[in-house]
Write a protein that binds this ligand. Structure first.
Ligand SMILES: Nc1ncnc2c1ncn2[C@@H]1O[C@H](COP(=O)(O)OP(=O)(O)OP(=O)(O)O)[C@@H](O)[C@H]1O
Ligand SMILES: [Mg+2]
Length: 263
């Protein structure tokens, strides 16, 4: 039987509560004296524990959208509500993992992971216990004393993931975090992210321009169009996991998404 591409309505009767609401979001940049509307009429909501992919071609405004949701950029108009409260600044309830390496080069793997816990009223023993747990979760226990320059790109992204998950953010934003990895490492990281998501039940918004990555990871894909960036489709991926690229239903979804991206 052919899988269905299902559009999710905002009134979808789910049991989980809505934690993020985006209403009529718009971003205009001023460039060399003229105005560029990068994002317009962005409207969606996110429920607790959802893993959502934002899929769109290069330049459609994915990073700009994520930066506004994280509080790094101010919208030109519209609102972002986290648990009903407007987001205006970055906050410890939201964390971001970027594509590029953002580890502190002078700190070891375990010090990088522990960094954000400083000043959170935890004693040394408590921090050590948490760091041990997250080192094990991302499979880096044996590399705890290595410096970032002594580990691979994939391992660095594992550290980056552990470093934010340890802070137990309400929402984790990921901006093409695996884009610079080779295909096999990328697949390993996708599997790791899925297993962490299942264990820790975070809400994750993952930006990618890779159709297969979006289908592999998420149960809901927001497809963006360009000039200005808009959410043109809100698609429910009702495929059983693990999702295999070679399966007919995967290929079906992949074709449909390409069509949406190319229109
Ligand atoms: N600070 C800025 N000032 C002016 N224009 C900007 C600024 N940041 C982004 N833009 C423009 O906004 C548009 C969207 O950029 P953005 O980085 O959000 O796209 P993207 O979808 O993340 O692309 P990619 O997939 O290549 O990362 C681009 O045209 C870019 O030039
Ligand atoms: Mg980007």
């Amino acid at each position: 039987m052919r899988p269905k591409l299902t559009a999710i309505s905002k009134t979808d009767p789910g049991t989980r509560k809505t934690i993020l609401e985006i209403n009529k979001l718009r971003k205009v940049f001023s460039v060399n004296g003229s105005f560029l509307t990068v994002l317009d009429c962005i409207d969606f909501s996110v429920k607790s524990g959802e893993m959502i992919c934002i899929l769109g071609r290069s330049g459609c405004g994915k990073s700009t959208l994520l930066k506004m949701l994280a509080g790094f950029l101010t919208p030109s108009s519209g609102e972002i509500l986290l648990n009903g409260k407007p987001v205006s600044d970055p906050g410890t309830d939201r964390c971001v993992v970027f594509q590029e390496d953002t580890l502190f080069p002078w700190l070891t793997v375990q010090e990088n992971i522990a960094f954000g816990l400083r000043g959170r009223n935890k004693d040394k023993k408590g921090i050590r216990k948490e760091v041990d747990r997250f080192l094990a979760l991302v499979g880096l226990t044996e590399f705890r004393d290595y410096l970032p320059r002594e580990i691979s790109g994939g391992m660095k992204q594992r550290v980056a993931l552990a470093r934010v998950l340890i802070l137990k953010p309400q929402i984790l934003f990921m901006d093409e975090p695996f884009a610079s990895l080779d295909a096999q490492t990328r697949e390993e990281m996708q599997n790791l992210l899925l297993s962490l998501w299942e264990k820790l039940s975070h809400t994750i918004i993952f930006v990618t321009h890779d159709v297969n990555e979006a289908i592999t990871l998420s149960d809901r894909i927001l497809v963006m169009s360009k000039n200005p960036g808009r959410i043109r489709e809100d698609i429910h991926v009702n495929l059983a996991r693990p999702r295999k690229l070679e399966k007919e239903e995967f290929i079906f979804f992949s074709r449909k998404l390409y069509e949406h991206l190319c229109d």
